[in-house]
Ligand binder design. Structure first.
Ligand SMILES: [Zn+2]
Length: 248
């Protein structure tokens, strides 16, 4: 029997069943410190990379695992989303600065207000992601998931999807901006990023929901894609206009 140093509970095993502390806690010598630090980083890294790869290749399987409670091997959704958002913003700005990529304005018959709002949208796209994720989660819940899943479960999947979308966007930035040398602030690249998000969203939704029996599956899949596209377009057209109007 072992007596837990932290809480005094007596037990057998590697971890205290009361408070979770390891039974093998040692005095803090320099060696132990090095051990702890390397353990922390290899552990976090392993979870984080595994979660990232899983949500690119098998988003449905990873989502299903997480929702049914196999959670230990996955990075938590909020931190996953925030870490990838942060990495994306850093790298994106680094590439733009390094290659002096400027924003281009499309020469269609837009009004000056629309053109300005559009530019504002593209410059602040990362911050538009959160409302867009909520919109997608709501559509997916209404068309595909109800009543099997809670809305909040779809929000969690949207956070994983959003984080993973930033990985894909980062890879796209590196390929287009660094390797090929295309201006990644060009309007066409923005259109490509929108298409990329729709493709990944479709793949994610299919890979998750095809494992359940859902009536009119493909009709629902296409309705989901269409609703997200339309509501996303309306949001991206009008939210920046409202923002610019009310902050002026
Ligand atoms: Zn204990």
């Amino acid at each position: 029997m072992i007596t837990c140093i932290n809480c005094g509970h007596t037990y057998l095993g590697k971890f205290c069943p009361e408070c979770g502390q390891r039974s093998s806690v040692k005095r803090l010598s320099p060696n132990v410190l090095v051990e702890e630090v390397t353990h922390f980083f290899t552990h976090v890294e392993k979870h984080f990379l595994r979660t990232s790869l899983d949500f690119i290749l098998h988003p449905g399987r990873a989502s299903h695992n997480f929702l049914i409670g196999k959670r230990k091997n996955y990075q938590k959704p909020v931190s996953y989303f925030l870490i990838w958002t942060g990495i994306f913003i850093l790298c994106h700005n680094l590439i733009i600065g390094q290659f002096h990529y400027e924003y281009t304005i499309s020469h269609t018959s837009q009004s000056p207000e629309m053109a300005e709002a559009n530019l504002f949208l593209r410059k602040n796209f990362t911050f538009m992601m959160l409302p867009l994720l909520f919109i997608s989660a709501a559509v997916i819940w209404l068309v595909m998931a109800r009543p099997r899943f809670y809305f909040i479960e779809m929000v969690v999947l949207a956070l994983y999807g959003g984080g993973t979308y930033f990985i894909l966007n980062l890879l796209s930035d590196i390929l287009l901006g660094v390797i090929i040398g295309i201006n990644i602030n060009h309007i066409n690249v923005f259109i490509w990023q929108t298409i990329l998000s729709a493709l990944y969203n479709f793949w994610f939704t299919y890979d998750f929901f095809h494992r359940f029996t859902i009536r009119l599956f493909w009709l629902r899949m296409f309705l989901t894609a269409a609703f997200i596209a339309v509501s996303g377009k309306i949001f991206m057209d009008y939210a920046p206009l409202f923002w610019l109007y009310f902050t002026r």
